[in-house]
Design a protein around this ligand. Structure first.
Ligand code: ADP
Ligand code: MG
Length: 429
C-alpha cells in the first residue's frame, strides 16, 4: 500500500476489518476430537475448554499484590485428551496440525521442553512436582480461536484447559470448586514460569479458571489472602447499559519484551524495599487511607531516588485505586466515569509505566475520537490488544476506523473481537 495517498480515506473502500468469532461448543468438541483421532487414532477420554481473557483495568498490578479486574472471553482453547499408562506426553495443535511434539515426564526438569509444547507438558510436570504422583503422561489435541501472543492469554487458555483435563482424568478432584481450582491455577502458573520460561503474575490463570458469566472477577493479589478471600464476582452486564466491549488485536510485531517485563517487576520490588513495605500494595493502601491522598502520594514519591522509579510507582499506586473506582462507577451505571478510568489507565501505562507502542496509542486514540466512552491497552503491553467501551452496535464501525488508520500508518492489519463476560474453564464432552 502507499502511505502517501491522502485522499482515499472517505471514498475508497479499505480492507474490511476481520472479527474473530468464538468457536461454539459443538464445533470445538468436534474439531478437537477429530484432530485427536487423526493424530493418535481412537477417541479421546474427554474434551475440556478454557477461555482467554481481557483485563478490564488493573494492569501490571498483579505482581504488586494489587487489584485487577478480568473477564473471561467467549473465545476458548479446546483440548481433547486421553491419559497414558506411561510418562510420555504427546501434544498437537491446530496451529500446526501435522506436527506432534513429544516429551517424557520422567526425569524432566524446569526448561526441559522447547517450543509451545512446554506449556501443556509443564502442567503435568508441575502437578507431579507438587506431589500428585498419580499424574502420568497424556495424549492431547488442541483447537483454539484465542489469538496467540496478542495479550488475550492464549497461554493461560492452554495451561488451564490442560490442568482441568488432567485433574479430571487423574481424579485429583480440584476442578469442581472455585477454591480447589487454585491448586490447578498454581500448576498452570508454574508451567508458564518454570517450563515455558514466561513470566506471569497469576491474573491470566485466575481469570481463565474462576470467572463467571456476566461478571468481572475482582482479583485481589495479596499473597496472604486465601482462595476464599481473594476474589469477588462483580456484575458486568454490558447489555444492561446498552454497551459493547470491543477488543482490537493490534498485531504489532513481536517486541523483545521479556527483559522489559522483568525490569518493571524488579523496579517495583526495589521501590517497595526502599519504602520499607512488603510490596507496593501496602504503599498504595496507606496512600488511599491517608487524610490527604495526594499529599501522601507525593511524600511516597519524594522518598524514591530516581525519576523512572517514581513514574513506575505512581502508575501502580494510581492504577490500584482506578480498579476500585471502576468497580464503583460501573455498578452505579456511571459509564462516562468508567470510560474516563479506562483512558486514565492507558495514559498512565503510556507515560508512567512506558509499556505502550505506537499501535496501541493510535488504536486507543482513534477509538476515543470515534465515540468510545474510554479505551485502553490491555495485557502486558509492548504490542497486543486494546479494549474500548462503545455504544451497542458501534463495535464494527470503531474497529474499521482503527483498521483504516492502521492501513494509513503502514501498520499490520488489526483484528477485532466482540468481548463479553463469559464462563471459565469447563468440561465440554
Ligand atoms: P498470550 O498468552 O497473550 O497469547 P503468550 O506469549 O503468553 O501470549 O503465549 C503465547 C504462546 O503460547 C504461543 O507462542 C505458543 O507458544 C503458546 N500457545 C498458546 N495457545 C496455543 C495453541 N492453541 N497452540 C499452540 N501454541 C499455543
Ligand atoms: Mg500469556
Amino acid at each position: 500500500m502507499s502511505s502517501h495517498s491522502h485522499h482515499h480515506q472517505e471514498r475508497t473502500p479499505m480492507t474490511a476489518v476481520e472479527f474473530i468469532e468464538p468457536i461454539a461448543h459443538e464445533a470445538g468438541v468436534a474439531q478437537a476430537t477429530e484432530l485427536f483421532a487423526k493424530t493418535y487414532g481412537g477417541q479421546p477420554e474427554g474434551v475440556w475448554a478454557a477461555p482467554g481473557r481481557v483485563n478490564l483495568i488493573g494492569e501490571h498490578t498483579d505482581y504488586n499484590a494489587g487489584l485487577c479486574l478480568p473477564i473471561a472471553l467467549p473465545h476458548r482453547t479446546f483440548i481433547a485428551l486421553s491419559p497414558r499408562e506411561d510418562t510420555k506426553v504427546r501434544v498437537v495443535s491446530d496451529v500446526a496440525p501435522d506436527k506432534v511434539a513429544e516429551a517424557d515426564l520422567d526425569g524432566l526438569e524446569a526448561r526441559g521442553v522447547d517450543g509451545w509444547s512446554a506449556y501443556p507438558t509443564g502442567v503435568a510436570w508441575a502437578l507431579r512436582e507438587a506431589g500428585f504422583d498419580k499424574v502420568k503422561g497424556f495424549d492431547a489435541a488442541f483447537v483454539s480461536c484465542v489469538p496467540l501472543g496478542s495479550g488475550l492469554s492464549s497461554s493461560a487458555a492452554m495451561t488451564c484447559s490442560t490442568a482441568l483435563a488432567l485433574d479430571d482424568v487423574y481424579g485429583l478432584g480440584y476442578g469442581d470448586s472455585d477454591a480447589g481450582r487454585v491448586t490447578l491455577i498454581n500448576a498452570a502458573i508454574k508451567s508458564e514460569n518454570e517450563m515455558a520460561g514466561a513470566s506471569t503474575g497469576g491474573l491470566d490463570q485466575n481469570a481463565s479458571m474462576r470467572c463467571t458469566a456476566g461478571h468481572a472477577l475482582l482479583l485481589d493479589c495479596r499473597p496472604e489472602l486465601t482462595p476464599l478471600e481473594n476474589v469477588s464476582q462483580q456484575e458486568f452486564d454490558l447489555d444492561k447499559y446498552g454497551l459493547e466491549l470491543l477488543v482490537v488485536d493490534t498485531q504489532a510485531p513481536h517486541q523483545l519484551n521479556d527483559g522489559q517485563y522483568a525490569q518493571r517487576r524488579a523496579t517495583c520490588e526495589e521501590a517497595a524495599k526502599i519504602l520499607g513495605v512488603a510490596n507496593l500494595r501496602v504503599a498504595a493502601d496507606g496512600i488511599a487511607k491517608a487524610d490527604d491522598p495526594f499529599q501522601a502520594l507525593k511524600e511516597t514519591l519524594d522518598a524514591l531516588p530516581d525519576e523512572t522509579m517514581k513514574k513506575r510507582v505512581r502508575h501502580v499506586v494510581t492504577e490500584i485505586e482506578r480498579v476500585r473506582s471502576f468497580v464503583r462507577a460501573f455498578a452505579q451505571g456511571d459509564i462516562q466515569a468508567a470510560g474516563r478510568l479506562f483512558n486514565a489507565s492507558h495514559d498512565s501505562l503510556a507515560a508512567d509505566y512506558e509499556v505502550t507502542v505506537p499501535e496501541l496509542d493510535i488504536a486507543v486514540d482513534v477509538a476515543r475520537k470515534n465515540g468510545a466512552y474510554g479505551a485502553r491497552m490491555t495485557g502486558g503491553g509492548f504490542g497486543g490488544s486494546i479494549i474500548a467501551l462503545v455504544d451497542k452496535g458501534r463495535s464494527h464501525e470503531v474497529a474499521q476506523k482503527i483498521a483504516d488508520e492502521f492501513e494509513h500508518q503502514g501498520f499490520h492489519a488489526p483484528r477485532a473481537l466482540a468481548a463479553y463476560a463469559a464462563p471459565s474453564a469447563s468440561r465440554e464432552a
